[in-house]
Ligand binder design. Structure first.
Ligand code: HEM
Length: 125
């Protein structure tokens, strides 16, 4: 029987059916940053993989120009997602992207990307 997910549920014990909470980050990149953005994800930190309740994630490239990339992460619960947002793993997983933004600001350039997130409950499969 599948164990009930809790904050302490190890990642390996969270089955697809347990992923009840989804966070979607919408990232709009400056056109000349898209290649770098995709490279960052090709070599991402995977720090999130250590978080209890994290199930899996997808990064979706938009088919149409000017539309945002989607970073879709699946969680056992909202509490697990919030714990990651406040964790050292969140900063570890964002080090290079946040550095790029900070550098652009310091040099008076337009930030290479902007981010907005929404959260969702899974209501059907
Ligand atoms: C200013 C806000 C944010 C920006 C600019 C941003 C951008 C990025 C970039 C460029 C990466 C690639 C890794 C790297 O930096 O080397 C990354 C990783 C990631 N981002 Fe964000 N992000 C932001 C906030 C968020 C939020 C709020 C979420 C969730 C709703 C999210 C979800 C993820 C995930 C799941 C990863 C992979 C982390 C890992 O491998 O450990 N991001 N993000």
């Amino acid at each position: 029987m599948t164990p009930t997910p809790t904050l302490a549920t190890p990642v390996a014990d969270v089955t697809p059916a347990d992923a009840a909470f989804v966070a979607v980050n919408y990232i709009t990149c400056e056109p000349d940053y898209r290649e770098r953005y995709e490279q960052l994800f090709a070599s991402r930190a995977h720090a999130i993989d250590r978080m209890p309740g994290f199930h899996h994630m997808h990064v979706l490239r938009p088919s149409a120009d000017g539309q945002p990339y989607l970073v879709v992460s699946y969680w056992a619960s909202e509490a697990d997602f919030k714990a990651w947002m406040g964790s050292p793993e969140f900063l570890e997983g964002h080090k290079r992207g946040f550095d790029d933004i900070r550098r652009a600001k310091e040099e008076g350039r337009t930030p290479p990307m902007t981010s907005q997130f929404q959260t969702y409950a899974v209501i059907s499969r």
